[in-house]
Design a protein around this ligand. Structure first.
Ligand code: ADP
Ligand code: ZN
Length: 616
């Protein structure tokens, strides 16, 4: 399609050029022309030097018998040149003697009507129409392309066969995807299946149908999906779900049908649906205004996925950053029941990504990719690609022979300051986050009965700058009070560490405080874990079973009880906070060691945390 629009531009330009050539041909002059004064014109007439004149309104043009010299000022300099033709303007005061004089001196007189010649006038008057038609045609094609129809001239109900065709042959492979080893490993299975479906089934592999790629924008979800198609050598069909919603009513569902029909016809193939949350939001929650078109599209998608034959080698990959808003129906077995979580890269992966993109440009010797990678925490693959490009642009602007370290530094500054909202963290923030997360991690390690640490990271996750993940060893169904208190203590640990090390808390603990408050509220109001309130349950703190929102508060208790509840909630939190403060200051050396390791390594797993704790 890109070629199409270029062709149109070329057509337009050629028409304009031809038009100009034609126009100047029509109005061509004999020899060089000069604009002269009326008195000069009169003087030349008196000197018998006029061959012919032509009048058009008050404009006069004509030719001399002999060339004359005119002096003109060009860029402040006087320049003399010889001309054989002239133009001039008649004074508004009529010169009745002129015609007689011209005639008496045998000058050839002609007159052009006010407009220009018929054909020229016609063509000029057509020009705006040609332009308007051209622009309209062009725009309608563009819109048509987005709507997936043949443009305004096309037929909306037309089969999408042409639209999706036989899919795309991709030449991207896993080699082009830097890092992400775990995700690649998970998708390797899909590649194996698509390559040798029969064999895969024979050895008893469970064939996945739908896989959800979950991760922030720019982390390479599309790239990964393409690489799967490339590795397996199958057709790649892609669509962004937000496009469904923008389209005319009824088109979304039919496009989904066409997409799947084409993918099946050209199996083995991969369908990649980007931004699936655009159509896949929960139905019927009343949130988002019950978008009919969207629901129809979603229903079509669900029924297509259910309609897969066991022998159809079509795999649907979908990308989202918001798995939480997806309709549960989408995630049921047989649909998108497999999730591959893609996170922002850590520095080792950032180094690899930088190197992948650096392959395309000339690099100076001895570029320290590790330093660049360590200096760009929070950047995604797309950001890093952008960084490399920016460095290359800066280098070429300087006419440097190769991209050097300075260019990376400048590019980084430019990207960070360029107003683009980038998740890039300063050294100071990095240190703060490292202590905050170390606070959580250390308390989780020190307090008895807490869930083991799975991972601690200072790589941004969603809205949070860092994460400490604990995973229970077994599924738990009952939570003892001590467990909950320790959990509150661990959650407060981030803030406690900030206060201990930096002397004050930051806004980074907002979510922690919410978690802590909710938990303490439930302990008091629902689980009867407060001595003062006793073993009673109130509706306070209950959540809507489906929407996850707090129920509107219907108070089933007195003002006095409400006050007591607040006191108890605060007391539970305060006690845990004291414990957190005490434990952290008693183990300051451990906290420092963990924070230092985090700043250096960005992500620590449980074993590494253990190792650090033991080494101090
Ligand atoms: P998403 O679909 O997650 O928004 P994309 O796949 O569109 O992200 O990534 C945008 C670009 O960033 C890719 O085209 C690629 O050039 C670059 N990129 C992202 N992740 C990686 C990676 N792991 N290795 C190499 N390039 C990457
Ligand atoms: Zn925290």
């Amino acid at each position: 399609m890109k070629q199409q629009s270029w062709r149109i531009v070329v057509y337009m330009i050629s028409i304009a050029v031809l038009f100009n050539v034609f126009y100047s041909y029509m109005l061509r002059e004999a020899g060089p022309t000069a604009e002269i004064s009326y008195s000069r014109f009169r003087a030349e007439l008196a000197a018998n030097n006029l061959k012919k004149v032509s009048f058009k309104g008050t404009g006069v043009r004509g030719e001399f018998l002999r060339k004359i010299k005119v002096v003109e000022t060009v860029q402040g300099k006087e320049v003399a040149r010889e001309v054989s033709a002239f133009t001039t303007t008649m004074p508004a005061v009529a010169d009745p003697a002129l015609l007689g004089e011209l005639a008496s001196r045998n000058v050839d007189i002609s007159a052009v009507s006010q407009g220009s010649s018929g054909l020229v006038t016609f063509l000029i008057s057509m020009l705006p129409w040609v332009l308007i038609l051209g622009v309209w045609w062009y725009v309608s094609r563009k819109i048509g392309k987005q709507m997936g129809t043949g443009g305004m001239f096309g037929n909306f109900a037309k089969s999408g066969a042409k639209l999706y065709g036989v899919g795309e042959k991709v030449d991207v492979t896993f080699d082009d995807v830097a890092g992400m080893e775990n995700s690649k490993l998970e998708l390797k299975e899909v590649v194996d299946y698509l390559k040798e479906p029969g064999q895969f089934r024979q050895i008893g592999g469970k064939v996945p149908k739908g896989i959800l790629l979950v991760g922030p924008p720019g982390t390479g979800k599309t790239l990964l999906a393409r690489a799967v198609a490339g590795e397996a050598g199958v057709n790649f069909f892609t669509i962004s779900a937000s496009q469904f919603i923008e389209m005319f009513v009824g088109v979304g569902a039919s496009r989904v049908r066409d997409l799947f029909a084409n993918a099946k016809k050209n199996a083995p193939s991969i369908i990649f649906i980007d931004e699936i949350d655009a159509v896949g939001r929960s139905r019927g929650t009343g949130l988002g205004g019950g978008h009919d078109e969207r629901e129809q599209t979603l229903n079509q998608l669900l029924s297509e996925m259910d309609g897969f034959d066991r022998h159809e080698e079509v795999i649907v990959l979908a990308a989202t950053n918001r798995p939480d808003v997806l309709d549960p129906a989408l995630l049921r077995p047989g649909r998108f029941d497999r999730h591959v979580v893609i996170e922002r890269p850590d520095w080792r992966d950032r180094e690899k990504i930088l190197k992948v993109h650096a392959r395309k440009i000339t690099m100076a010797e001895g570029i320290d990719f590790i330093a660049v990678a360590k200096g760009t925490p929070g950047m995604t693959g797309a950001d890093l690609e952008n960084l490399v490009n920016e460095a290359a642009i800066l280098a070429s602007r300087e006419k440097a022979p190769a991209v050097a370290m300075v260019h990376f530094e400048q590019a980084k500054d430019k990207l960070l300051m360029g107003g683009e909202r980038k998740m890039v963290i300063s050294e100071k923030e990095k240190r703060l986050t490292a202590y905050h997360e170390s606070g959580h991690a250390l308390l989780a390690r020190l307090l008895p009965g807490t869930d083991p640490i799975h991972k601690v990271t200072i790589i941004p996750h969603g809205m949070a700058l860092g994460v400490t993940q604990q995973l229970p060893e077994d599924d738990r169904y009952y939570y003892p009070r001590s467990y909950l208190e320790n959990r509150i203590c661990v959650t407060l640990g981030g803030r406690a560490a900030e206060r201990l090390v930096f002397g004050e808390a930051s806004t980074g603990a907002q979510n922690d405080l919410k978690v802590v408050t909710d938990l303490a509220e439930k302990m008091v109001c629902q689980w009867g874990m407060s001595e003062k309130i006793g073993p009673v349950a109130f509706t306070r703190g209950e959540e809507h079973p489906f929407l996850g929102r707090k129920l509107a508060e219907e108070k089933g208790f007195s003002e006095e009880m409400a006050w007591k509840i607040d006191q108890e909630i605060t007391a539970i939190i305060r006690n845990s906070e004291k414990l957190a403060d005490r434990l952290l200051s008693e183990n300051r050396a451990l906290l420092d060691a963990l924070a230092a390791a985090l700043q250096e390594e960005e992500t620590l797993d449980g074993a590494r945390v253990e190792e650090i704790v033991r080494s101090v």
